[in-house]
Design a protein around this ligand. Sequence first.
Ligand code: SF4
Length: 280
Amino acid sequence: MTSCMPQLRTASVFRMISSYEILMIAIYKKLPKTNCGACGVATCMAFALKVKNGQALISDCPHVAAEVTAEHHEAGPGPFSNFEQVAAALEKEAAALDFQETVEATGSSFRTGDGKESIAVRMLNREYVLRKDGLLENDLPCRDVWAKIIISDYLRKKGKRSSTGDLITLGHFPHTASHVKAFQANAEKKIIVRFGSDLPGLRQRSAELGGTETDGGVKADFSCRFDLLPHVQIYLSFWQSDEEFDADCKLLFDRNASDHIDIEYLAYLVERFVEALAGD
Ligand code: SF4
């Protein structure tokens, strides 16, 4: 009986996460889907993620129907507040892992200090440290709910398949909903708008974010690889505008990335990556 408990807990956490993914899509469906940007983010999809994450209210979209806003206010924080419980459950599960075995599988680092073991893992060029008592950021308990969920899930997943070198877009992963394709197109568009005629600026910002210049097999004016997580890379290829062509950008991922991270989480990381690269 006792030996079944961790499995049952894992299953219930997965069920909870799935329900939150459904929740994000439910929020998205209530938005106008015009991607007008008036709420401060580039796409309705990104806004839905923020609402789900508790970082925005649905009423922050000035175009959402009044009855939808009223419905959300009446419902109160409801499932949104439970989102922290999901993060806490995953964090606890990750903390219970065999740390030595986990670092080998995940490309993270094993540390010991003060007699305590920990795992150091970089996400989007920022270091997080998982100890047996929880996840730390800058030596303080991590307050970023999404960081907790993604890092904990990445560590416990211990993806086994290594990189293939075969690069694909987000929308080409199996069972990817069509909204992910639109999401990626908007992410690329944001980079084009910001750096279309400023290749030196893109080069500098990429270096600041820890990017490594590489051709990635794609012939472009600028190509760079970034580690979203140790075994999850994003490849940016960029063509600056000239007299003949408009600027263009492609964001690609290794075909085996989904072995290491849930695709919805990968989409969220892309959103944060683009914000860090091309945000104001
Ligand atoms: S303001 Fe509303 S319609 Fe415009 S992008 Fe934001 S969520 Fe979408």
